[in-house]
Design a protein around this ligand. Structure first.
Ligand SMILES: Cc1ncc(COP(=O)(O)O)c(C=O)c1O
Length: 314
């Protein structure tokens, strides 16, 4: 998907033009994948541009860096503030914000510790990640032959670029075989997640989602959906889920910053429920979108209004 970028990029505390946001190919990250990143949406609301769950995304970014022993010269509050400034500096109404923190050009060799840490914040316009019709009609997916990263190999709780080599295998296999997305299983054969989304299964009026122990990224949309589902009176169960639940579920859906809440209408060509987005998925999707678009009350304080001083209280 081509991107329409915004001109100003934040680099280590200063704004630079998009075309100058470049690195040397000898940078540590190029050979060894040493990059931690985030994906955050800024929504156009009647109050002005609002960043969704800025605090939680900043926390996950800094925690990802902590796992990889990266000490940052900026605090969580400064990074959160910089993301707000990025939106303001580019005069943005809505966008996808991509912070990247990586090991730059210093020494050769695997040891990352003597390379500089570079922080960039970028923004671009991003439409519907899984296709324009995906949110309304649902997508056709497969179970991948590629397993998700096993515990104690690459840490799944860190949003690291290296993890996305696994995601790329899952995605390419799905696309090559005519599916929109792939679902990976964890080391023990239970459901893990999509290449860039968490997964939910609805069955018998209850909502199931894989637990953190199934090698998933702790998704911020996942967390939001759990909160909204509980508010609507659903029982949400986080547990190991057997693959075959996908085939006998009433509803299955993906969640993610890019994918938002995307219904799944078939898995491995087996129709899910009635083959169209189900009532629970649509209810949650409607509730989620109305909050993020500023149409419903933001009772959980999920939106950071960019025109006001950032208040994420770290
Ligand atoms: C592998 C993976 N799982 C889950 C998610 C969903 O996480 P979030 O809702 O925080 O975007 C993403 C997207 O960032 C992802 O890349």
């Amino acid at each position: 998907m081509a991107i329409k970028n915004f001109e100003k990029v934040w680099h280590n505390g200063k704004f630079i033009p998009w075309n100058e946001a470049t690195i040397h190919v000898a940078s540590h990250v190029v050979s060894y994948g040493s990059c931690l990143f985030e994906g955050i949406r800024c929504y156009d609301t009647p109050q002005g541009p609002c960043i969704f769950r800025l605090k939680e995304h900043t926390d996950r970014l800094v925690n990802s860096c902590k796992i990889y022993r990266m000490e940052l010269k900026f605090t969580r509050d400064q990074l959160a503030q910089a993301m707000v400034e990025l939106v303001l500096a580019n005069n943005i109404r809505h966008c996808y914000i991509r912070p990247v923190i990586f090991r730059g050009f210093g020494e050769a060799g695997v040891n990352p510790l003597n390379n500089p840490i570079e922080i960039y914040l970028l923004a671009w316009e991003w439409g519907k990640y899984l296709g324009e019709e995906a949110l309304r009609q649902g997508v056709d997916v497969c179970v991948s032959s590629w397993q998700r990263i096993a515990p104690n190999t690459l840490p799944a709780m860190a949003k690291s670029a290296a993890n996305y080599m696994n995601s790329q295998l899952i995605k390419m296999e799905a696309l090559t075989n005519g599916y929109t997305e792939g679902i990976s299983l964890d080391e023990s054969g239970h459901i893990s997640e999509g290449s860039g989304e968490n997964l939910f299964v609805v069955r018998g009026g209850k909502i199931f989602t894989p637990a953190l122990s199934s090698s998933i990224l702790p998704g911020i949309t996942r967390d939001s959906v759990i909160t909204l589902a509980q508010e609507l009176g659903y029982t949400v169960i986080e547990q190991a889920i057997a693959r075959e639940m996908l085939y006998i579920a009433d509803e299955v859906f993906f969640t993610g910053t890019a994918a938002e809440i995307t219904p799944i209408r078939s898995v491995d060509r087996i129709v899910v429920g009635k083959g169209r987005p189900g009532p629970t998925t649509l209810r949650l999707q409607e509730r989620f979108l109305s909050i993020v678009q500023g149409q419903a009350e933001d009772k959980y304080g999920w939106l950071s209004l960019c025109s006001q001083p950032v208040a994420v209280a770290h």
